[in-house]
Write a new protein. Structure first.
Length: 126
């Protein structure tokens, strides 16, 4: 069973969000999407880049500064399959936010080395 479709988003922790936005937008020329709640989003090909000022439990800690978000076709089916394989999640799939006409659902987990990651799915808003 193929679990992951592709990488949908990568998160990078930053200290100064406005300075980082200027770098990624003005220096690297990435397509700026929007900013909200201590986060800024850019499109880089098919992968979304999220810059974030860390806070809360679903953020990198220590030396870890990046999180990879893996796209899956059906987040609940994938979640249940991984749980049946012994994967321990930090919580069930839940809505993180809305992106236009889509709702973004995520569930966070750590790999065997302690790296934070997430599975995610974008579903149409009814």
């Amino acid at each position: 069973m193929r679990i992951v479709r592709n990488i949908g988003q990568v998160s990078i922790s930053v200290q100064d969000l406005q300075r980082a936005i200027a770098f990624y937008r003005d220096v690297l020329g990435l397509e700026y999407i929007w900013e909200t709640g201590g986060m800024a989003f850019f499109q880089c090909g098919e992968v979304r880049l999220m810059l974030t000022v860390p806070e809360g439990e679903d953020t990198p800690s220590g030396d870890q500064t990046s999180v990879i978000y893996y796209n899956v076709d059906d987040i609940n089916e994938t979640y249940n399959h991984l749980v049946s394989q012994g994967v321990v999640f930090k919580g069930e799939p839940h809505e993180i936010g809305k992106l236009g006409d889509r709702s973004i659902l995520m569930a966070f987990l750590n790999d065997t080395e302690g790296n934070l990651m997430a599975i995610q799915a974008e579903v149409p808003i009814n």
